[in-house]
Design a protein around this ligand. Structure first.
Ligand code: DGY
Length: 301
């Protein structure tokens, strides 16, 4: 079996594909399987490649894959749920704390040699403990963030798909964390109107996908002083960051690293590659993203 590896995969992952012929690049022609990442665009033409029998993405997000086309072409997809939940929740909480306590600004201030003396009102932030946390997206990662909030005695509110629930959570929360997957229904879910509903001085954290938040509206809200801060791991047009956001001192921003720990990335690589090996052996993997294509009939190819 020939497997196309589209980006670097750790040895722990590749070990799961032992016995397969591995090729590097972006052209799936002649390959039985593919291992991709969220930066690879997997469109209809890609999925229609003759002989392609399965795909693994080393991600929990699936928005880079045309899922409807995968269903039409009966291509099973292995992905990486669960294994990155805790690391992503850790980074989400780190951004929340960092934005609340102005860690980015404080470090820039110190490194610039501007620190002259301790002072009573230097870089004042806002308390986290005892505050209200709104979680938009009550999935695995949202619930893991809630467990961390419990340790800070926070009141936790959840919003799912219900619009009135979303509006209530936005209006009542001191911190709002966005953990929904990107789809047509969540694109710009948080726009100017939603930001305006948030409390004066509230903090928004996004570790889901950039396009869930309207970046231009967010930058405007931060610059106007309506929002107190933001913690961002993801951006609308990665790796490009909106210049208006870069100009906001109160935005704490990191380059899409929520799952970037050695242990978690190895776990993701292993899970994805193992899932693909199972698909290519004709076994249903436990981490199948599109169970509706299973079992794949030989005659459907
Ligand atoms: C994912 O897996 O979708 C994250 O965004 C990167 O780990």
């Amino acid at each position: 079996m020939r497997v196309l590896i589209m980006q670097e995969v750790s040895p722990a992952g590749l070990a799961e594909l032992e016995g397969h012929e591995l090729v590097r690049g972006s052209d799936p022609s002649g390959c039985d399987g593919v291992v991709c990442y969220l930066i690879d665009r997997i469109d209809e033409a890609f999925l229609a490649t003759p002989g392609l029998r399965g795909l693994a993405t080393v991600s929990v997000g699936l928005d880079h894959i045309d899922l409807a086309a995968a269903e039409r072409h009966r291509i099973p997809i292995a992905y990486t749920p669960d294994v990155l939940t805790e690391a992503t929740a850790d980074l989400t909480f780190a951004l929340l704390l960092g934005a609340a306590r102005r860690l980015g600004q404080s470090e820039r201030y110190l490194r610039a040699g501007r620190w002259q003396s301790w002072s009573f009102d230097l870089l004042l932030g806002t308390d986290v403990h005892g505050k209200t946390l709104g979680i938009i997206g009550p999935g695995r990662i949202g619930r893991a963030v809630a467990r961390r909030a419990d340790g800070f005695s926070m009141r936790v509110l959840f919003a799912g798909r219900d619009r009135s629930e979303l509006e209530r959570v936005l209006a009542e929360s001191d911190f709002v964390v966005v953990t929904v997957p990107l789809s047509e229904s969540t694109r710009h879910l948080i726009g100017a109107a939603e930001l305006a509903r948030m409390k004066q001085g509230a903090i928004l954290v996004n570790t889901s996908r950039g396009p869930v938040v309207d970046e231009a509206a967010l930058a405007e809200s931060l610059a106007s002083g309506h929002l107190g801060g933001a913690g961002l791991d993801v951006f609308e047009n990665e790796p490009h960051v909106h210049p208006a956001l870069l100009a906001c001192e109160n935005a704490l921003m990191v380059p899409h690293i929520a799952s970037a720990t050695r242990e978690t990335r190895d776990g993701m690589a292993r899970l994805a590659c193992r899932g693909l090996a199972q698909i290519l052996r004709g076994e249903r993997p436990p981490n199948l993203a599109n169970p509706q294509v299973w079992p794949v009939e030989a005659e459907s190819r």
